[in-house]
Design a protein around this ligand. Sequence first.
Ligand SMILES: [Fe+2]
Ligand SMILES: [Fe+2]
Length: 215
Amino acid sequence: MAEGIKRTTVGEVLDLALDLERKTMALYAEIMRCFGDEPELRQFWFGMAKNEAAHCGALMLVGCILRNEPELGLDSRILFDTHTGIRLRSLLTGFRREVRRGVVAERAFEMALDLESSELEDVVVDLLKVVQDPAWRDRAVKMLIHDLGDLSYMIEKHTSNAALLARADGLLERRLGYGHGPAESTPGRGSKPASSRPAAGGGTVGRRGKTARGA
Ligand SMILES: [Fe+2]
Ligand SMILES: [Fe+2]
């Protein structure tokens, strides 16, 4: 077995994911405090933290449902690459230390991109393959996937960093690659200022903002 690949249970992976979602939520809430006099940025980071809170709830719900379906079982053994968790945990620790000293908008966006492109969400989505019912599985995946349309929009609006924007767009594409259409109530980047949108509660976003950007 390759180094870092461990045979572990579905329940253990869910616990790890929950811990990391909670820490990500705390980081985004701390970033929010750095933008006390910038309402739009403050609102954006509040929305990011709120999304992570929703992911925590979704993971707990997944745990409850699996607990009620012994044949899927929280105790089912899967192969898990422990590097994913270790990498994300050390990123979070470093970022929280950095945020306490204060960050500018561009650096904060970069941090979010580093975290959001870690493979944790892929691992959890992969994990949900144990759920046989496609409708239930789709619902769970939608709850767990972060809406990143606002992140792209804010990077475009608050920085002139083309590389960062390209990364955000790439990540948005990857999320759409999960094969689930846009959530009904979550517009894509640039269709409307993020601060005036209701905060998204998970789900994937469309790329309507892409066309709006060139207009
Ligand atoms: Fe999350
Ligand atoms: Fe996230």
